[in-house]
Design a protein around this ligand. Structure first.
Ligand code: NAI
Length: 323
């Protein structure tokens, strides 16, 4: 029997993992996140199944090695929360793709909502306020969309944008045929809308920063559905105060751990930057939900279970992450 310690469980994923689980696997579902305080709860398990906000630092890696865990099965694409240099005997699998459509469609949904102020209209009409004052948007048709990162999600997003008649310019260190590329500064200068679809790396950390906010059109809208730390959020608040851009959509936030995915509605929020962002009428925040479609949840569970099965039956990992 392969025993799996499943951290940060949410009801919507437990149900689908139970459905995909094999007969020779036993999943121990736990609500708490994996970090140095909770690592002991993986004792007796062969696999740790973790998600985006679990913190697999050097201490956690050491603990997992000592207790004989053999595989870290990430049920997400990103792995920036793993201390890969401290892996020791551990192997890591991930889910490289589960639905690029889910994320790309959410990014476009956020842009449409902000541009046409649908979030405001929804609240108004619920109180029988049918005024249109302040709800004017712009046509997307004919405007310039800057896409940072033209991988799986970026390419689906570009297809969606082309359907709206947007002109695309892009930045990616590995350009593809059929897309017009430019450097990042030009992209920030010339775009009417900017959508981030690259991974978080040393190179991309705070790529949207004070210098680049100053380059943006004052009418521009920024969308980040990728990773929070691509955007310097303190500089973003400053830029919004200085009316350096029209609006921003965030599905991710650099200090999201502890807030996103959780109900904190009854508590005082300590994060002043998050409070300021939430308070602004031209900021739309969703809590890392861009991936959340039925198809994506099924693909995540199916691939994660497939990764575990492959490793324990053949010793290989098709979707391996190495240091
Ligand atoms: P991918 O690996 O297919 O594509 C990433 C692209 O970014 C590649 O073309 C790569 O060359 C490019 N890239 C790398 N470094 C770059 C840089 N410094 N500047 C510009 N481009 C760079 O990844 P995929 O599947 O398209 O995912 C993109 C990102 O979306 C993931 O890294 C993840 O952070 C985020 N994501 C967010 C989700 C959400 O629910 N909000 C769900 C899934 C992914």
């Amino acid at each position: 029997m392969t025993k799996i310690a499943f951290f940060d469980t949410k009801p919507y994923e437990q149900e689908v993992f139970e459905r995909c689980c094999k007969k020779d696997m036993e999943i121990k579902f736990m609500e708490h996140r994996l970090n140095r305080e909770t690592v002991d709860s993986a004792k007796g398990c062969d696999v740790v199944c973790a998600f985006v906000n679990d913190n697999l630092d050097e201490t956690v890696m050491k603990g997992l090695n000592e207790m004989g865990v053999r595989l870290i099965a990430m049920r997400c694409a990103g792995f920036n929360n793993l201390a890969l240099k401290a892996l020791g005997d551990l192997r890591v699998a991930r889910v490289p793709a589960y639905s690029p459509y889910a994320v790309a469609e959410h990014a476009m949904g956020m842009l449409l909502t902000l541009n046409r102020k649908i979030h405001k209209a929804y609240n108004r009409t619920r109180e029988y306020n049918f005024s249109l004052n302040g709800l004017t948007g712009v046509d997307l048709h004919g405007k310039v969309m800057g896409v940072v990162g033209t991988g799986k999600i970026g390419r689906v997003f570009i297809d969606i944008c082309r359907g709206f008649g947007l002109k695309i310019i892009a930045y990616d260190p590995y350009p593809l045929d059929g897309i017009e590329y430019t450097d990042l500064d030009t992209l920030f200068r010339e775009s009417d809308f900017i959508s981030l679809h690259c991974p978080l790396t040393d190179d991309s950390y705070h790529l949207a920063n004070e210098k680049r906010f100053a380059m943006m059109k004052e009418t521009a809208i920024l969308i980040n559905t990728s990773r929070g730390a691509l955007v310097d959020s303190v500089a973003l608040v400053e830029a919004l105060w200085n009316r350096r851009l029209r609006a921003v959509a965030l599905d991710v936030y650099e200090e999201e751990v502890g807030y996103f995915f959780e109900d904190r509605s009854g508590e005082v929020v300590d994060d002043a930057t998050l409070q300021l962002l939430v308070s602004m009428p031209n900021v739309l925040i969703t809590s890392h939900q861009a991936f959340l479609t039925e198809e994506a949840l099924f693909n995540i569970a199916d691939t994660t279970i497939g990764n575990i099965e492959e490793f324990f039956s053949k010793g290989t990992i098709t979707h391996e992450v190495t240091a």
